[in-house]
Every structure is written in structure tokens, then in C-alpha cells.
Design a protein around this ligand. Structure first.
Ligand code: FBP
Length: 540
């Protein structure tokens, strides 16, 4: 494909790199960190000695250092997130700076490319074309997991035959868990390939004391917020529609909260709050109907409601239903047209009643196949339509005198591959450069982490944190397995608190805040970056 004008313009942008990572010589500094004893037992090779985090500091330049070319493999794993290409560009430019004969190989279509040995060498023309461009089309991605002994063995064979110094796994929580298992397997089998993870996912839930944010979140939120803002202007112009907008984000409601802070909607549900308060589906419908009635009394028949994609899984009775469905589906195989009736006979009476109460389109969506990591495909569940249908019925029951005309939207895939924001361009490039440095220094089983992100990119810090320190033990399919825990919205944190303090005002007096399109220059500091860093939210 020929680059269009905007694409050509963006390829010329050289991402900003932290000053530290621009230095030719770096000393590493390590610090022991604690690991959950159960996890230690699961990763005996990675945890053989003390588990250490690594940071860097400037070292004296040494003209006599002889550098060997580096050979690195990379893979994009899971859902697309803007900036993935820049991680690859960062690795490439860094290893070429170290030695012109260094080589980078991209495994194709996700982890399956590693264990089937499908890869491509990435060279200047490809790297230059994809620089600062959204999408994962350079090498594509996939949701396969490296699971069986055979797949681990094959992965090792292909990494060894390519003589890789390192493999960079660019993925979310599940993919980085998989990366850690691969690092352990490589160590156990004396394979010299280091495995380094990079935190990717628009969902923003791969975050912990080491990872400040996953890349792609900023671009996704700003893309959705532009669209939400446009809808807001439309609805205050016509004053005749309620727009129910479902926003992507499999589990946590980070995206919905961030978009709410940017755009100030009539109402935004936060799944974690619904879970904490054990709010039922009927209560949600009652609340929404009350809000619509109250607004009608103010002569308002319009509004914008944000619905996080993961909301459905946080509603208590639906959560129980999904859990029961998962267990039943794991133990039984039926023809697709028999699933519904068979499941009904095996559910508890309450769940069976709920499944029958839900519109058939929604119950069918709840029964869809799980992804390879066992997740319900919430992206395919039309919660916004369910709410519209139920609110309509409730308002009719109340003999509502106003007019309720609702339009449903789903903003999902359109946010994953936009041209990355300046933040995501710089952040991803730095993650890639840092991953290459970690590999050059022979660290394995670590996540490439760029920190102090609220500062100017030149002041960002770089580190490698052991993946084992991010893990917990969970029971999946009846087995105890290590997993990197998803970070949910912190209901005591400043972002949610700010929303909570303002939402009643926003609900009845339209404070809509259309933010416009992503700006690639100048400061557009997003709420998540200033979380807890002393930022005073603008008074509204
Ligand atoms: P990752 O966690 O792999 O980054 O994917 C996140 C996500 O975009 C979710 O927000 C969404 O529910 C899901 O992927 C959709 O999956 P798919 O691309 O398989 O339809």
C-alpha cells in the first residue's frame, strides 16, 4: 500500500527517547525483589537465585568496547493496540545503532509463528514504512498460546536455529504470563535466548507497581473520546436521542472512566463499582429510567450513556451465570444448535431463569466459544442494546410521559489501530529500545518498563522488572496456574473519585466536553497520566 499524505508525514516523526536510553554506555543496577513463594515453586529456574529488578545508569564511554551483532526475534500477541509497530521500530533502530549487522526477525501471526517457525527478517524499508503507524499489519498478531510441551519444544528449536539472543513478546497479561513460562523453559533447557515482555493492551489493565500503563490505551481513549464528543454535539443540537455507547475493554472499566473524564457524559457505568455494590441488572435499569424521567422533567429527552464492554461480567447475577456456563461448557461438547437447551438443564434454577429472561440474542452471545485464554468474548455481547431494551420496557411499565428514543453504538475495533498518539509513539519506541538493551545485557523473564511517564519523555526512566513478581496463582480449568493479575479501576483512586464527585452534576446539566481529534503536537496530558501525581483536575 502506498502511504497517504498523513502517513508519510507521520513516518518522518522521530520518537522522543529518554535521555538515559540515548547513552552509548549504560551500567546496570540490580535490586532484589520479593516473589510469592508459590510462584517461586512454579518457576524454579527463574527463581533459582534472588529475583532482581534492573535499572540503568550512565557509564563512562569506553572506546575499546567490541560489540557483536545482536539477533532478536519479536512477536505481537493478542488484540491490536496502537504503537505496537513502534516497539519493533525501537528494537530495530537500537540494535542497528549497536552494530550494523544486527538482525531482527518478526514471528508472524502471533505466538503460533514462534512454534511453527514462520518469521520474516525485518529490514529498513519495512521498518520505515510502519514507523508511527497504527495496526499490527507489519507481522500481524494472533491469540494462540504456547501451551503444549511440543509447542514449547518447537519454540525453543526455532529460537535456537535462528541463534536468537532474545525474543520480545509484545502482549497483554496472558501473553506476558506465557512469555514468562517460555523464559523458564528456555533456562531449564540451557537455551541462550532471553525472553523480554512489553506491556500492550488498549484495556489499560496491565498495570501494577512496575508498569504504569499499557501502550495503546491512550490512543484508544482519545479515539473514542473524539467520537463521543461528536455524538454529544449532535445530541445537544437535535435534543431527541439517548445514545448508549458501549466502549471496548474486556474486563476493567479503565477506558470508560478515562473517556468519561475527557468528555463528561450524562452517565458512565464503571463495572468495578457495580460489582462492589452488587448492583443487579434490574437496579441498573431502574437507575437509568429514574435518570431519564428526571431529565424529562427538565425538558431534556437526550443524553449520552457510556457502557463499558466488561459491565455485563460485573453484574452479580450475570457473573454467576457466566461462571456456571464456563464450567458446563468446559465439561461438555454439543452441536451449536443444541447448546442453549442443554445448558438450561444444567444451570442452577436462578441462572436458568436469568438466561431465559435475557433476550435470546444476548443469551446466545453469552454462550459463544471462549477465547484460547478462557475469556468470554464480551466484545460480541451487545450490552448497550440489552439496556436500551430493558429501559424501554421499564419506561412503558411506568407509563412514562416523555419520549425515549435511543440509539446504540459500539466503539471498539476503531480505537485499536488508529495512528498512535505522540505519547504512544514515544512510549512504544522507548519500550522497544529498552527491551533490546535488556537483551544485550542478558536479562530474561523481565518486562521492559518505562516509568515516570507523567514527565517529559526525555526524563522518563527505564527498567526491567521480573515477570514473576507480577504474578499470582489462580485456578483455571481446575488447575492452579500462574497469571499476571489484571488491574481493575481503583475505586479509592483519584480518577474514580473525581468522576464520582462530578457525575450528578454532569447527569442533569449537560457539561459535554467534545475533545476533538488526536493532536500529534503539543501537550494533551490525559487524566490517567496525572493520576496521583499532584494534578488538580480542571474545575467543572
Ligand atoms: P488484548 O487484551 O489482547 O490486548 O485485547 C483486548 C481487546 O481489545 C478487548 O478490549 C476486547 O474485548 C478483545 O480484545 C476483542 O478480542 P478480538 O480481537 O479477539 O475480537
Amino acid at each position: 500500500i502506498q502511504p497517504n499524505n498523513f502517513h508519510s508525514l507521520r513516518t518522518k516523526y522521530q520518537p522522543e527517547l529518554p535521555q538515559l536510553l540515548q547513552l552509548d554506555e549504560l551500567d546496570t543496577k540490580t535490586e532484589t525483589i520479593q516473589v510469592n513463594p508459590q510462584i517461586r515453586e512454579m518457576f524454579p529456574f527463574l527463581c533459582k537465585e534472588e529475583v532482581k529488578a534492573v535499572t540503568f545508569q550512565a557509564a563512562n564511554a569506553n572506546e575499546n568496547t567490541i560489540r557483536a551483532p545482536l539477533r532478536i526475534g519479536c512477536v505481537l500477541s493478542g488484540g491490536q493496540a496502537a504503537g505496537g509497530h513502534n516497539v519493533i521500530v525501537g528494537i530495530y533502530e537500537q540494535i542497528k545503532r549497536r552494530h550494523p549487522n544486527s538482525q531482527l526477525f518478526g514471528f508472524l501471526k502471533g505466538p503460533i509463528g514462534i512454534y511453527t517457525g514462520k518469521y520474516e527478517e525485518l529490514k529498513d524499508d519495512t521498518i520505515n514504512y510502519f514507523k508511527n503507524r497504527g495496526g499490527f499489519d507489519m507481522i500481524q498478531s494472533g491469540r494462540h498460546k504456547i501451551e503444549t510441551e511440543e509447542q514449547f519444544k518447537k519454540s525453543l528449536q526455532y529460537c535456537q536455529s535462528l541463534k536468537l539472543d532474545g525474543l520480545v513478546v509484545i502482549g497483554g497479561d496472558d501473553s506476558n504470563t506465557n512469555a514468562c513460562l517460555l523464559a523458564e523453559y528456555f533456562l531449564k533447557n540451557n537455551c541462550q535466548t532471553s525472553v523480554v515482555g512489553c506491556p500492550k493492551t488498549i484495556d489499560g489493565d496491565l498495570k501494577n507497581e512496575f508498569v504504569e500503563v499499557s501502550f495503546g490505551f491512550d490512543t484508544a481513549c482519545k479515539t473514542y473520546s473524539e467520537l463521543i464528543g461528536n455524538i454529544m454535539l449532535d445530541t445537544v443540537s437535535s435534543k431527541k436521542y439517548y445514545h448508549f455507547i458501549r466502549l471496548m475493554g474486556r474486563s476493567a472499566s479503565h477506558i470508560a472512566l478515562e473517556c468519561a473524564l475527557l468528555t463528561r457524559p450524562t452517565w458512565a457505568y464503571i463495572g468495578e463499582e457495580v460489582e462492589k455494590n452488587k448492583t443487579s441488572l434490574i437496579q441498573i435499569v431502574t437507575q437509568l429510567s429514574d435518570l431519564i424521567e428526571k431529565r424529562y422533567k427538565q425538558n431534556k429527552n437526550h443524553g449520552v450513556i457510556l457502557v463499558p464492554e466488561g459491565l455485563i461480567e460485573f453484574i452479580d447475577e450475570v457473573k454467576i451465570l457466566i461462571k456456571e456456563i464456563n464450567t458446563i461448557l468446559a465439561a461438555n461438547k454439543w452441536e451449536s444448535d443444541q447448546v442453549y437447551n442443554n445448558i438450561l438443564t444444567k444451570l442452577t434454577p436462578e441462572s436458568s431463569k436469568l438466561l431465559q429472561f435475557l433476550p435470546r440474542s444476548i443469551s446466545d452471545q453469552l454462550l459463544l466459544d471462549r477465547d484460547p485464554h478462557g475469556n468470554v468474548q464480551v466484545a460480541k455481547i451487545e450490552t448497550e442494546k440489552l439496556l436500551i431494551e430493558m429501559v424501554q420496557a421499564e419506561l412503558q411499565r411506568r407509563k412514562y410521559a416523555g419520549k425515549f428514543s435511543a440509539i446504540s453504538h459500539y466503539y471498539g475495533y476503531e480505537g485499536r489501530c488508529a495512528f498512535p498518539t505522540k505519547f504512544d509513539c514515544d512510549y512504544c519506541y522507548s519500550l522497544g529500545v529498552n527491551a533490546a538493551i535488556l537483551i544485550e545485557n542478558k536479562f530474561t523473564g523481565v518486562m521492559s518498563c518505562i516509568r515516570d511517564l507523567h514527565k517529559n519523555p526525555s526524563e522518563w526512566n527505564a527498567a526491567g522488572f521480573p515477570l514473576v513478581t507480577m504474578m499470582d496463582v489462580e485456578t483455571r480449568k481446575g488447575k492452579s496456574v500462574p497469571v499476571i493479575k489484571k488491574a481493575l479501576v481503583d475505586l479509592d483512586g483519584p480518577l474514580f473519585k473525581f468522576y464520582q464527585q462530578n457525575r450528578d452534576k454532569w447527569a442533569f446539566h449537560d457539561y459535554y466536553h467534545p475533545v476533538g481529534p488526536i493532536q500529534f503536537e503539543g501537550d494533551q496530558v490525559p487524566p490517567f497520566l496525572i493520576n496521583g501525581k499532584g494534578f488538580e483536575f480542571e474545575e467543572v
